[in-house]
Design a protein around this ligand. Structure first.
Ligand code: FES
Length: 133
């Protein structure tokens, strides 16, 4: 049985920014090949900043906590800043995850980055630098 920290439990029990944005500026989907769980991120962008972020996650408790904290970490950030949020940083921000649940944190930043890439593509803008580790 994995032991979750307080912050993970808080974000799992009370996830922030759950749902879908109507007419989003960008959408990012990822699936976890290890367990088949899925995560979708929806973003609204104004003046190059993330002004709204929502997520839908069909996954384990860790994946839900990860999604929730990613929305908090990225809200209000510029697209460039949001692209520097890595999966490792997400796990750190949650106070760590049990070893066998670390793969769950690999979805969060990827889904956010995919939503930003989708927005940039749709608006014909150049990709911005992405940090992946
Ligand atoms: Fe699937 Fe955690 S077990 S994301």
């Amino acid at each position: 049985m994995p032991v979750y920290g307080e912050k993970v439990m808080d974000h799992f029990m009370h996830p922030r920014n759950v749902g879908e944005i109507e007419n989003p500026d960008g959408v990012g989907d990822v699936g976890n090949p290890v367990c088949g769980d899925m995560m979708s991120f929806y973003i609204k962008v104004k003046d190059n900043r993330l002004v709204d972020i929502k997520f839908k996650t069909f996954g384990c408790g860790a994946a839900i906590a990860v999604s929730s904290i990613v929305t908090e970490m990225a809200m209000g950030k510029t697209l460039e800043e949001a692209m520097t949020i890595t999966n490792k940083l997400v796990a750190q921000e949650l106070g760590g995850l049990p070893q066998n649940k670390l793969h769950c944190s690999n979805l969060g930043a990827d889904a956010l980055h995919n939503a930003i890439k989708n927005y940039l593509e749709k608006t014909g803008q150049k990709p911005v630098g992405e940090k992946v580790t």
